[in-house]
Design a protein around this ligand. Structure first.
Ligand code: CUA
Length: 355
């Protein structure tokens, strides 16, 4: 009888051990799988510039500090649970009540206060460092970032040019950024280059970034700003100085070729149309312009129409009269901001994207 009982116990013990091993293996595999998720454009652990490196320095320091505190606290917890698992009981079988211990309470108030000071010193230091562009590498490139529902506008005040949703910068140059908002609070975030900074109506925030390698960096509005928030993405295109200069030159001297269509393309960019309407068929806040002209569209009220000059004109002046199915009535009216000739040029451009 005794032998059978003990035999059964060791059997269930083995099963318990086996399920623990299985759980460990599964969790390890899941962790490995999750960390192997592609090139992770939104990972702040991939650092591609001086500002991102500065943040990493503080992050690493705090990570080590946190790990030490975690091990200390958990170690003490385990020790206490095991060491005092049989607390002295009163005559009624209840644990003996314990009153406050002043010394202990002072200690566990002072230690977290010291921990907070330890965290605050490098954090406050780096917040100050990251808002003021360093000048030791020569003159920084000035860019004004303006947040709109739902796109980013990039103005280069010293170069007299602007772009929408793609910020062009040369590598190895500090970019001195002023942030403003045209409507509500947005947040400018390029995970691999810098931390988040809010764009607040009525005030100007500052930050800087620098890209050490050429490439396209993913950016995202990081403050909920309305129905189009999730689609408020942008790119930072870091190029060699020569390529950047060529881009600037092309923007400053737009080729007169292209006629009305080229003029429409310029307007679409300067008015911010292409901030919400893509021209390559990809998803955006509004319908893509690629293949739109002449296309039959269904509206949210169930009616439908073919996209022609009249529909585009109406969409520019009274955008929310007929909203294409699957989209939200988010577009502001451009009445008074565009001339008839502007509208004709934009139509010519949209038309060209269907040919
Ligand atoms: Cu702009 Cu969220």
């Amino acid at each position: 009888m005794v032998r059978r009982l003990s035999g059964r116990r060791s059997g269930s013990g083995q099963r318990k051990n086996l399920s623990r091993v299985l759980l460990f293996v599964t969790l390890t595999m899941m962790t490995l799988l999750l960390t192997a998720c592609g090139d992770a454009p939104q990972s702040t652990l991939i650092r591609k510039g001086a500002a991102a490196e500065r943040i990493w320095d503080v992050y690493g320091l705090l990570w080590i500090g946190t790990a030490v505190v975690f091990l200390l606290v958990e170690g003490l917890l385990f020790y206490t649970v095991i060491r005092f698992r049989r607390a002295p009981k009163t005559a009624h079988g209840r644990p003996v009540p314990v009153h406050g211990n002043t010394k202990l309470e002072i200690v566990w108030t002072v230690i977290p206060a010291l921990v907070l000071v330890f965290i605050a010193i490098p954090t406050v230091q780096i917040i100050a460092d990251l808002s003021e562009a360093p000048t030791h590498q020569g003159d920084p490139l000035k860019v004004d970032v303006i947040g709109h529902q739902f796109f980013f506008e990039f103005d280069y005040p010293e170069l007299g040019i602007k772009s929408t949703n793609t910020m062009y910068i040369p590598t190895g140059t500090v970019v001195d950024i002023s942030l403003q908002s045209n409507d509500v609070i947005h947040s400018f975030w390029v995970p691999q280059l810098q931390g988040k900074t809010d764009l607040i109506p009525g005030r100007t925030n500052r930050m800087w970034l620098e890209a050490s390698e050429e490439g396209t960096y993913h950016g995202q509005c990081a403050e909920f700003c309305g129905l189009g928030h999730a689609l408020m993405r942008f790119q930072v295109e870091a190029q060699s100085q020569a390529d950047f200069d060529a881009w600037v030159d092309q923007q400053q001297n737009p080729s007169t070729g292209g006629g009305e269509e080229g003029q429409g393309q310029q307007l679409a960019s300067s008015l911010g149309c292409t901030g919400c309407h893509t021209v390559d068929g990809s998803a955006g806040v509004g319908p893509t312009w690629q293949g739109l002209y002449g296309h039959n569209v269904t509206f949210t009220d169930g009616s439908s129409a073919t996209v022609d000059d009249a529909y585009i004109t109406e969409s520019i002046l009274d955008p929310n009269a007929k909203v294409v199915e699957g989209f939200q009535p988010l577009m502001p009216s451009f009445e008074g901001r565009v001339t008839d000739a502007d509208i004709q040029a934009i139509i010519a451009y949209i038309k060209s994207l269907s040919e």
